[in-house]
Ligand binder design. Sequence first.
Ligand code: C2E
Ligand code: MG
Ligand code: MG
Ligand code: MG
Length: 275
Amino acid sequence: AAKRKGKGGFKFFDSALQQAALDRLRIEEGLIQALERDELRLHYQPIVNLNTEKVVSYEALIRWEHPESGLLSPDKFIAIAEESGILLHMGYWAINQACLLIKNTAYLGNARFGVAVNLSPRQFTDAELVPTIERFIENYEIDAKYLEVEVTETALMDCLDEACATLDKLRAMGINVAIDDFGTGYSSLSLLKRLPVDKLKIDRSFIMDLETDEVGRKIVGTLISMAHTLELTVVAEGIETPSQCAILQSLGCEQGQGYFFSKPKSIEHYYEGLP
Ligand code: C2E
Ligand code: MG
Ligand code: MG
Ligand code: MG
């Protein structure tokens, strides 16, 4: 610090940039503590069958109960966690929580539903991923078919062969695989054909203006029939209005998720209604 002071380097250091770097460092340090202090939460958002409106699964979405700032959403910390490597630990924590939920609901004798967890590219290429998930499933004695993983197109494209090998192993265990945010990446039809996945989640950006955009509606219709040709289940993300829901139903989309049905909510919320 003395050396920097001597040179007067601080004058040239953009203060906004400096602040950003400090914020980042603080988040990074905070995240390590978040794991130790049990400040991470998963909120669950239902995915419903669009014909029956019954819940088929829940997507687990991570939150950070920050001691000072309150509940932080993933866009505030996921990217930083990913770059610093902490996300790997957070990711295993999340998968463990999801498996526990599957175990608990089986124990409660509830109507069974799936639980979906998001995997980042970094998690996806971790050699421990498959054996760790395998261990969770064995230890909790849960049926793997209730566990689902979501990966983005871009994450897959980054390391296609390796990614496909991992997906093959997960699917061989009975786990369902979904492509998240579909339509925002660059995967071609021929590539999609080769991907070992079960589900395709159409990104919210396609759903947003379904009511007003004729061309957009046709594109979504095409995506749905293409997915069906490949024998994939289709989920529409970010449904907010009854008319978006109706349009998707008419286009043959089988599942949907969005504020129209429910926002993501804490697990306590779901247990409240139980005896
Ligand atoms: P995603 O997996 O595509 O999750 C959907 C996001 O859309 C969630 O944001 C959800 O709260 C939001 N959403 C759902 N329905 C609606 C709607 O009707 N309208 C609008 N405007 N938004 C809706 P969230 O929870 O902030 O998560 C953002 C992203 O962070 C996720 O996108 C996922 O990529 C990532 N993420 C979340 N949890 C985890 C995790 O445990 N691990 C990893 N690696 N990534 C995670
Ligand atoms: Mg997702
Ligand atoms: Mg998504
Ligand atoms: Mg997303």
